[in-house]
Write a protein that binds this ligand. Structure first.
Ligand SMILES: C[S@@+](CC[C@H](N)C(=O)[O-])C[C@H]1O[C@@H](n2cnc3c(N)ncnc32)[C@H](O)[C@@H]1O
Length: 282
C-alpha cells in the first residue's frame, strides 16, 4: 500500500462521506483519522503532512467505511464529550446530546445534596451533576442492564464511583429513598416520528432510549406520577423534552401538584427543559 499523507487521506474520506449524505464530513473524517493514529484530535494538524503507516491507513479506511454506512462517530471512537468531560459510549446507550447540557445548566442553578437520574443511559447527566456539585451523591436508574454497565464504567473512569450508585429499575419502581433533585431525559420520540430520524439514530441507537412506542409522553406520565413520592419538600423535578411537548408536560406537572413550573429553552430557542418544585420548604 502506498504511504499517502494524512491530508490526502482526509480529502478522500471527506469526499466519500459527503457523497453519502454525512452532514459534517470533514469534521468526522478528522476525528476518525485522529482515532486511527491514536492521537488527540487537536494534534492532527501537526502530523497532517506526514506519511501514514499502512496499519493506521487501513484502520482509517475501515472506520470511514463504517461511517459511510452512517454508524455514529461516537460508536466508532467509543467516546463522546459532554459538558467538558469524556464519556464511554456504546450501542447500548444514547449518544449524549449537546442540548442535554441545558438540563445540566438548569439543575446546577440551585444546590442539591442527593440526586436521582431516571433513564441514566451512559450516566452523562448524573455523573456531570455529581462532578459539578462536590459532596453530592446520587442514583442512576435505567431499565437497561447493558446501559447501566456503561454508566458504572463511566463513574469509575471519572473517579465518581463512591458518590454514584446504579439501579436496574422501571422508572422509580426499584428506587428507595428521598432526593432533593430528580432529573430525567426520557425517551420522548413518538412512534410515528421514528421514521423521520437520521440513519445514525434510527439504525444504531437503542430504540428503548428513543421512543416509548406510543405518543412520546408516557415516560413523563410515569415520572410526574412517581416523583412526588421520592422528593423532599422544596425538591425539584427537571425533565428534558422534545420541542413540541412543553405544554403537555407542564400540564402534567401542575396536575401532579408541582409549583413554579417553568419551561426553559435551549440555545436554539426551542423548548428543552420543564422544571417544577414540590411544595414546601425542605
Ligand atoms: C433518551 S435516553 C437518555 C440517556 C441519558 N440520560 C442521556 O441523557 O444521554 C433514555 C433512557 O431511558 C431508559 N429507559 C427507557 N424506558 C425506561 C423505563 N421504563 N425505566 C427506566 N429507564 C428507562 C433507556 O434505557 C435510556 O437509557
Amino acid at each position: 500500500m502506498s504511504h499517502a499523507d494524512g491530508r490526502a487521506l482526509l480529502a478522500d474520506a471527506a469526499r466519500r462521506l459527503t457523497a453519502v449524505g454525512v452532514a459534517d464530513a470533514g469534521r468526522d473524517a478528522r476525528r476518525l483519522l485522529a482515532h486511527a493514529l491514536g492521537i488527540a484530535p487537536g494534534r492532527l494538524s501537526v502530523v497532517l503532512n506526514d506519511p501514514v503507516s499502512d496499519e493506521a491507513g487501513a484502520a482509517f479506511l475501515a472506520l470511514v467505511a463504517r461511517r459511510a454506512a452512517r454508524e455514529p462517530v461516537s460508536h466508532l471512537v467509543g467516546r463522546r464529550s459532554f459538558y467538558g468531560r469524556e464519556f464511554r459510549v456504546t450501542s447500548d446507550v444514547l449518544d449524549p446530546r449537546p442540548e442535554t447540557e441545558m438540563l445540566i445548566e438548569a439543575a446546577l442553578a440551585a444546590p442539591f445534596r442527593r440526586v436521582l437520574d431516571l433513564g441514566t443511559g451512559s450516566g452523562c447527566i448524573l455523573l456531570t451533576l455529581l462532578a459539578e456539585m462536590p459532596g453530592a451523591t446520587g442514583i442512576g436508574a435505567d431499565i437497561s442492564a447493558p446501559a447501566l454497565a456503561v454508566a458504572h464504567q463511566n463513574a469509575l473512569d471519572l473517579g465518581l464511583g463512591d458518590r454514584a450508585g446504579f439501579r436496574l429499575s422501571d422508572w422509580t419502581d426499584s428506587i428507595d429513598g428521598i432526593f432533593d433533585l430528580i432529573v430525567s431525559n426520557p425517551p420522548y420520540v413518538a412512534a410515528g416520528e421514528m421514521a423521520a430520524l437520521e440513519p445514525e439514530v434510527v439504525r444504531y441507537e437503542p430504540h428503548l432510549a428513543l421512543t416509548d412506542g406510543g405518543d412520546g409522553l408516557s415516560a413523563y406520565r410515569a415520572i410526574t406520577r412517581a416523583a412526588p413520592g421520592h422528593l423532599q419538600p422544596g425538591g425539584r423535578l427537571m425533565v428534558e423534552i422534545g420541542p413540541s411537548q412543553a405544554d403537555a408536560v407542564s400540564a402534567m406537572m401542575i396536575g401532579a401538584g408541582f409549583v413554579a413550573v417553568t419551561v426553559i429553552p435551549d440555545l436554539d430557542g426551542r423548548d428543552r427543559v420543564v422544571s417544577g418544585r414540590w411544595p414546601g420548604n425542605g
